[in-house]
Design a protein around this ligand. Structure first.
Ligand code: SAJ
Length: 410
């Protein structure tokens, strides 16, 4: 079993499969990552991952290499970033396919897990077919088998709960042909407790994009409501809590914008695949991005209202109780404020030992919650970390408070 890409998805998946009894070789272009994993360590923070990787390497079932080995199953879990024009860049998936092609033997199965634009699994099949004319590679839409199998099986795990969800979630497995899907099920059913649901590769690729777009659109609705509520002078948290008492209404929670590597990115894959039709999905992205600018503008307004006063920004992570600052609106807002009002900015982030590099020279400082409460005239909740939830009204007495997460209402 070979897992190409030892990142947030590849490494936990490799370790979970090793603990289920597979001999797994994790492949990564980074020698540092390979060395770390071979030494039983992890280069990413995720609950239970350090223990799982240590046990898997100690048992000898998990090794890492910069070279793709010959294997029965290949799993591709590499990044699929956005280009500057919000179109998907699948060059890492293509590079993985090119690295697998020379090593693959008849009977093997290649599974793409990376979030991908529709048609990517067919592109992987095409690359292997071009590089290996000696193999019969199955073709999408055909019922005929081939020497190898190709399938798409998107990851669906929630950062912070990856190890548990890898095992418990249902999986959607889309084959280039029905036989390819069945071959991939043989792998997933060995370590997944959820159901393995089969379909074709294009449907499975679309399903992944739909899941994250669904969430983005629903969060956009909540974020738009929060701006409307400000205009109307009503409390958005009261509105949502009461509306959600209707049996068929479930409004999500507004925040300072949407972050992370998935929800703020994947909807663009659908938009770029169908630019004219994907109007609501595009607008949701715009609404969620706008919410970060709006939040920053409101904080600037508070700073103007208290000349010389200090603001405590609570949280930098992209969501609560996680040390992941990637694509975080809280970080983006804090950085932008620090660049112009650095001397007046205090950041409280229990998951950071120091402020990220961009803050250097701005004058902004990382402080404890207690220190911030003693010295700040303005308090802005950007992330509802559990560590902030014991804040009492008395702690905030006399301060201007802007709670972008509704934490103080819950
Ligand atoms: N957020 C809100 N309001 C809410 C819920 C979330 O503002 O009511 C914000 C969060 O603060 C965060 C962002 O949305 O900034 C995304 O957080 P999230 O917890 O909704 O999702 P992710 O990005 O951590 O993980 C998502 C999950 N997808 C869905 O829930 C449909 C996960 O299952 C996917 O595997 C993951 O994307 C992925 O890798 O694609």
């Amino acid at each position: 079993m070979a897992v190409v890409g030892l990142g947030y998805i590849g490494l936990p998946t490799a370790a979970v499969m090793a603990s289920a009894g597979w001999n797994v070789c994790g492949v990564d272009v980074s020698e540092k990552v390979v060395e770390t994993v071979n030494a039983g360590g992890v280069h990413i923070e995720e609950r239970d991952l350090d223990r799982l990787v240590r046990e898997a390497t100690e048992s000898g079932r998990l090794t890492a290499s910069t070279e793709v080995p010959t294997a029965h199953f290949y799993m591709i879990a590499v990044p699929t970033p956005l280009t500057g024009e919000n179109t998907p860049d699948i060059s890492y998936v293509e590079a993985a396919a090119r690295a697998i092609a020379p090593r693959i033997l008849p009977g093997a199965c290649v599974i793409v897990e990376s979030t991908s634009p529709v048609g990517t699994t067919e592109r992987v099949a095409q690359i292997i077919a071009e590089m290996r004319p000696d193999l019969t590679v199955p073709v999408y839409g055909s019922q005929q088998g081939g020497d190898i199998a190709l399938a798409y099986c998107p990851e669906r795990v929630l950062p912070g709960k990856i190890v548990r969800e890898l095992v418990q979630n249902d999986r959607v497995i889309g084959g280039i042909t029905p036989a390819c899907a069945e071959r991939a099920v043989a792998l997933y059913s060995s370590f997944v407790e959820g159901d393995c649901l089969t379909t074709n590769a294009r449907v499975a690729e679309t399903v992944k994009l739909v899941e994250n777009s669904f969430r983005d659109v629903n969060i956009a609705f909540a974020n738009e409501l929060s701006v409307i509520a400000d205009d109307l002078g009503v409390d958005v948290w009261d509105v949502i809590a009461l509306a959600n008492r209707h049996p068929r209404v479930n409004v999500l929670q507004p925040g300072p914008g949407v972050g992370g590597h998935c929800i703020a990115v994947d909807p663009w894959f659908l938009v770029s695949g169908s630019p004219k039709a994907a109007r609501l999905i595009r607008t949701a992205r715009e609404v969620n991005d706008f919410k970060a600018n709006y939040t920053e503008r409101r904080v600037r307004g508070l700073l103007d209202a208290v000349p010389g006063g200090k603001v405590a920004l609570l949280g930098l992570a992209f969501k609560p109780d996680i040390d992941d600052f990637r694509e975080s609106p809280a970080l983006e807002i804090a950085l932008s404020l620090a660049k112009t009002r650095g001397q007046r900015i205090m950041v409280v982030e229990p998951f950071a030992e120091e402020l990220p590099q961009g803050f250097a020279g701005t004058g902004a400082e990382l402080v404890t919650l207690d220190h911030a409460l003693q010295s700040a005239e303005i308090v802005v909740v950007l992330v509802d970390h559990t560590a902030f939830k014991h804040l009492l009204p008395a702690d905030l007495a006399g301060k201007l408070v802007f709670d972008t997460r509704g934490m103080l209402k819950k």
